[in-house]
Write a new protein. Structure first.
Ligand code: NCD
Length: 340
């Protein structure tokens, strides 16, 4: 693929914070590129909508749901592998009555393989009268570039190492649903490949926006949380503890957010092996965690959580997946209908 990175991280963050992208109480036709577009009230609106859709699904109001995006056409194009985000965005759109075209292997099966730029591809989708595009792409600036190229809304399903906003929102919904507590008052611990994991970057920023001031980052030396995010969180008053060892913070953590070592970004096998050997969550280790702790993971899991943990009631990661369906229904409906 011939795509070029056009914007630096600072430029992306500046662009996303411009008024044009801010939600500011009105989701209609907005791009969903980054958690930084959301204010507290916007986040509450998404959480409320998510809960409403969950309730509607659980009470069998499917025919009512199918009216919400009736007549809309959604394109889902993924340039990187996915199970949950791809499937749940498609399923969310379909359950709301939209028609969906999905290409899960854009690098191989779209004209990207022939050298078409991301801009030309999204313009093509717009010309074909789609109402929205859900995009996943390895470049940090991909969602922003797509949003600049077309008028129809872009939903960022993961852009490089930078952002995964729909995942962060479903994670926040899960934190609240599992703990029943104000998420601003919880101690949240992020574990794993914090350097490359976009879910961690988005969720840490989102937790700060909702007022959380207590975070731990547990990573081996090869994959620390990026300095710019740490500095920005600290500037906003977040108390941060960084450590190599989960044992240091497990007993005080309300939420354990475990992540995969992002193999695809490593250029050095030694570093990859060091990152992999860092932490594995086992039933033994969880004996030191609070009885009320919540164990989360955006998935896919490789071996950072033993499968023997799955039967622990604190293991919330498959419930987290399910919440992704309702959260994506919420985002699609808020952006694509007038009822925002
Ligand atoms: C994550 C991603 O793609 O960033 N997966 C997801 O969307 N749930 C996490 C990962 O791949 O490790």
């Amino acid at each position: 693929m011939k795509d070029r990175i056009c914007y630096s991280t600072d430029e992306i963050i500046r662009a996303i914070n411009a008024d044009h992208f801010r939600i500011d109480g009105d989701f209609r036709n907005k791009d969903i590129l980054s958690v930084e577009q959301f204010g507290l009230a916007d986040i509450q609106r998404v959480l409320q909508r998510t809960a409403e859709f969950r309730e509607m699904r659980e009470t069998g109001r499917d025919s009512e749901l199918r009216e919400i995006l009736k007549g809309k056409n959604v394109f889902v194009g993924f340039y990187q592998q996915s199970t949950r985000t791809y499937t749940s965005f498609i399923s969310a759109a379909q359950r709301l009555g939209a028609q969906v075209v999905g290409i899960p292997g854009m690098m191989e099966y779209s004209s990207a393989y022939k050298g078409e730029t991301l801009e030309d591809t999204v313009k093509t989708v717009e010309s074909l009268e789609f109402d929205a595009i859900v995009l996943r792409h390895p470049d940090d600036d991909s969602a922003l570039r797509a949003a600049h190229a077309v008028k129809i809304p872009i939903f960022n399903g993961g852009s490089g190492k930078l952002e995964h906003p729909s995942q962060a929102l479903l994670d926040l919904y899960t934190v609240i649903d599992e703990t029943g507590k104000n998420p601003a008052e919880l101690n949240i611990t992020f574990v794993g490949d914090l350097k490359n994991g976009r879910t961690v970057h988005s969720l840490a920023k989102l937790m700060e926006i909702i007022g959380n001031r207590s975070m731990n980052f547990v990573a081996p030396d090869v994959t620390p949380m990026p300095r710019n995010i740490i500095q920005s969180l600290r500037r906003r008053g977040v108390e941060i503890q960084e450590t190599n060892s989960l044992e240091d913070v497990i007993g005080t953590s309300d939420v354990l957010y475990i992540t995969r070592v992002q193999k695809e970004w490593f250029t050095n096998d030694d570093d990859y092996q060091r990152a992999c050997s860092a932490t594995s969550v086992t039933p033994d280790l969880l004996r030191h965690a609070k009885k009320t702790a919540v164990v989360m993971h955006p998935l896919p899991r490789v071996n950072e959580i033993a499968t023997s943990v799955d039967s622990d009631p604190r293991a919330a990661y498959f419930r987290e997946v399910k919440n992704g369906l309702y959260t994506r229904m919420a985002l699609l409906s808020l952006v694509l209908t007038n009822n925002s």
